[in-house]
Design a protein around this ligand. Structure first.
Ligand SMILES: Cc1cc2nc3c(=O)[nH]c(=O)nc-3n(C[C@H](O)[C@H](O)[C@H](O)COP(=O)(O)OP(=O)(O)OC[C@H]3O[C@@H](n4cnc5c(N)ncnc54)[C@H](O)[C@@H]3O)c2cc1C
Length: 331
């Protein structure tokens, strides 16, 4: 790994997810001095996805930096993707500092000072001429804001199905995560109730997953309550308000609240980026990805605010080129 010095870098990238890495590769190709700060490990969000997950996307659409993604499966597993991005980081020898969470970004006289906290609590300040924020969304779950949501029997993230064998589990949500998790839990012997406020399953569910779930619902292997909302969670039960006006009390051992995630807009606002209070979309020129703060760029799914189904690895991986082209023009 290249040595990081106290000297000002040209580009500091916050987040070493697929998008941050793609930005780093473009910066390196442009001969810019760069640094990536990552609060966890390499592609930290992917590392925290369910252990046995398979990506929805075919491998070539997850490629960055022209490094071919060879995998046994056309749609790679999490393990294959982690291995791939490790190989990319090796190949480009990107200067990444791990376990450094960026707390604040301040612009002054055309230079940014970026404060990060290391795992021991020590703070470090870096200076950079340009900053790219590629922090994703996976840390911030959309909360239900109902009583009992803070109980340890509630997870906003999918977990391995085996632990739920023989248990009564509720899955809240109607999109891909809820669909895949319900099927996985059912196949690991859990008694699954899927609860969704929509009239029917989301149209965003992948076409090869939907029929499987629909058929499990039809044959009553998975119980589904549509137009329904969980209103309270207790240790042994949950209450559900149904569209038909009924109030059900269901025995329950565990709840998966898979209602999506949203970006960390506090960091953006602190840096001076205007963020729409409803959609959480940050102000950003979509042709250059520069925010309303000159020299501060946004990349990846952070751009889409709450509409996280607009940007994926598939399209976010091209943001680096747009940004670095603009930085080169302006530097
Ligand atoms: C279960 C699941 C399956 C998915 N399957 C697919 C798929 O098949 N195909 C597809 O294209 N997309 C898929 N996605 C979506 C995709 O993973 C995300 O859109 C993608 O990870 C976004 O990339 P990113 O680099 O913008 O953000 P992330 O991958 O989330 O990377 C952001 C990085 O920033 C770091 N970070 C955050 N805050 C800070 C901070 N303050 N300081 C320092 N570092 C910070 C994080 O630790 C993380 O490493 C899936 C998502 C989920 C949840």
């Amino acid at each position: 790994m290249a040595e990081v010095t106290a000297e000002t870098v040209d580009v500091l990238i916050v987040g070493a997810g697929p998008t941050g890495l793609a930005c780093g590769i473009e910066a390196q190709r442009a001969g810019l001095k760069l640094l990536l700060l990552e609060k966890g490990c390499l592609v930290n969000s992917l590392f925290h996805y369910p252990a046995n997950m398979t990506f929805f996307t075919t491998r070539e659409r997850l490629e960055i930096g022209d490094v071919p993604f060879a995998s046994v499966n056309v749609k790679p597993t999490r393990a294959e993707a982690l291995e791939y991005y490790r190989r990319v980081a090796d190949h480009y020898r990107l200067p990444i500092r791990y376990q450094e969470r960026v707390l604040a970004i301040r612009a002054s006289d055309g230079v940014f000072s970026v404060t990060a906290e290391r795992s021991g609590g020590r703070q470090e300040t870096y200076t950079s001429r340009r900053v790219i924020v590629a922090t994703g969304y996976y840390d911030r779950a959309n909360m239900l804001n109902i009583p009992g949501e803070d109980l340890p029997k509630v997870s906003h993230y999918a977990l391995e199905g085996h632990a739920f064998y023989g248990r009564k589990v509720a899955v809240i949500g109607g999109a891909n995560s809820a669909a895949v998790t319900s099927l996985d839990l059912y196949r690991h012997g859990a008694e699954v109730t899927l609860i969704y406020r929509g009239k029917e399953l989301s149209r965003h569910i992948k076409y090869w997953i939907r029929p499987d779930l629909e058929n499990r619902i039809k044959e009553n292997s998975i119980r589904a309550l549509f137009e329904s909302q969980v209103t309270e969670i207790a240790w042994d039960w949950i209450t559900v308000q149904t569209g038909a006006g009924e109030r059900l009390r269901l025995e329950n051992d565990f709840v998966f609240a898979l209602t999506g995630y949203h970006p960390d807009v506090d960091l953006l606002r602190q840096a001076g980026v205007e963020v729409d209070p409803q959609s959480y979309r940050p102000a950003c020129d979509l042709t250059t990805l520069e925010s309303n703060v000159p020299g501060l760029y946004l990349a990846g799914v952070v751009i889409s605010g709450r509409h996280t189904n607009e940007i994926f690895i598939e399209n976010g991986r091209f943001h680096g080129k747009l940004i670095i082209d603009d930085i080169r023009r302006k530097l």
